[in-house]
Design a protein around this ligand. Structure first.
Ligand SMILES: Nc1ncnc2c1ncn2[C@@H]1O[C@H](COP(=O)(O)OP(=O)(O)OP(=O)(O)O)[C@@H](O)[C@H]1O
Length: 324
């Protein structure tokens, strides 16, 4: 869907992006990661034409973005910035209605859409007439997201959308956002500084360094098959948490020695896309003194009663087979 071909960008003598080739498929959630100054924001801003490449082409659905009217392009791409990007003299309702008004939607459709998004993002209707200065950081960021989603653009660009928030607000807004249909069905490209956030939201991670693409792949690919020492070192501090989040119970199934119990099959939880981290949380959330969880593998048609130590052993064996 989005194709970036041999794209470079220089600011004077400084090369911010160098010969980047990248494809992002429709519906993919890509997170741009990399050290400060590696070119993440520059690359993101080139996708909606805010920064013009010095060389190379960017196309969306086969159409070169430079050959399209820039206003039109930007209306079809939602853009969420870190903070303070709401119009201060507009109310919440007016802020969310900006793009629908530019597109001359009728008032009733716009008002309906604004209320629908307010509800989805857990913003009370009484906030419609508030101004940005009367909102907390978390509320303002919800309005920002609502504004970017207003006309249901197929592509959403986000530049560190949660970074100005405290850790708890950040986690809850991120999780709410990930539950929205809008998140699931859109092509999203997001810049983040937070490796764990990137791994929880992305199905493809794009790692940049000094303006060059170092590796693109699924989170587990970067973790278990790092392209070089830079990737390995970049992820090393967070390795354990990332690995618990990218390892699924499906990956571990054949290492799990848990007793199989057909009688439990009916009440067993389907493995689905449960991660090891989710399974570990089950032990915490289940009834007190939970000794085991029961899971069913749909494909193998088998259920297992799994203890905490079964999980840990399986993880150890899996790690041995996926040496870094
Ligand atoms: N308008 C500009 N004029 C001159 N240099 C710029 C401009 N925009 C970016 N740069 C430079 O290009 C490089 C890449 O910047 P960019 O903001 O894309 O990096 P980043 O990875 O997003 O950084 P950070 O994580 O710190 O936000 C940096 O060295 C920056 O100083």
């Amino acid at each position: 869907m989005i194709s970036i071909r041999q794209v470079s960008k220089s600011f004077g003598a400084h090369s911010a992006i160098e010969n980047v080739d990248l494809n992002i498929a429709e519906g993919e959630h890509a997170v741009l990661l990399g050290p400060s100054g590696s070119g993440k924001t520059t690359l993101l801003r080139m996708i909606n034409g805010l920064v013009v490449p010095s060389a190379g082409t960017i196309s969306i659905n086969g159409k070169d973005i430079q050959e399209q009217p820039q206003d039109e392009l930007r209306r079809r791409i939602g853009y969420v910035l870190q903070r303070n990007s709401l119009f201060p003299h507009y109310t919440v309702e007016e802020n969310i209605s900006v793009v629908p008004s530019l597109l001359k939607w009728n008032k009733q459709t716009t008002a309906q859409r604004v209320r629908e998004l307010m509800a989805k993002l857990h913003l009370p209707e009484k906030y419609l007439s508030r101004r940005p200065e009367e909102l907390s950081g978390g509320e303002a960021q919800r309005v920002n997201i609502a504004r970017a989603l207003a006309t249901d653009p197929p592509v959403l660009l986000m530049d560190e959308p949660f970074s100005a928030l405290d850790a708890i607000t950040r986690k809850s807004i991120r999780e709410e956002f990930m539950r929205l249909d809008e998140f699931r069905k859109k092509t999203i490209i997001m810049v983040s500084h937070d490796i764990q956030e990137a791994f929880s939201m992305a199905n493809t991670v794009v790692l940049l360094r000094h303006g060059k693409l170092v590796q693109q792949g699924m989170p587990s690919e970067l973790l278990y098959n790092p392209a070089n020492d830079f990737v390995k070192d970049f992820l090393s501090n967070d390795y354990l948490k990332l690995s618990l989040g990218v390892t699924s119970i499906d990956d571990l199934w054949n290492y799990l020695s848990g007793e199989s119990g057909d009688e439990e099959g009916l009440s067993a939880e389907p493995v689905g896309d449960t991660t090891l981290w989710n399974a570990m949380e089950r032990f915490q959330h289940n009834t007190e003194n939970c000794q085991f969880i029961t899971m069913r593998h749909e494909y193998y048609g088998e259920s297992k009663r799994i203890t905490w130590s079964d999980l840990m052993n399986a993880y150890r064996l899996h790690q041995n087979d996926n040496q870094r």
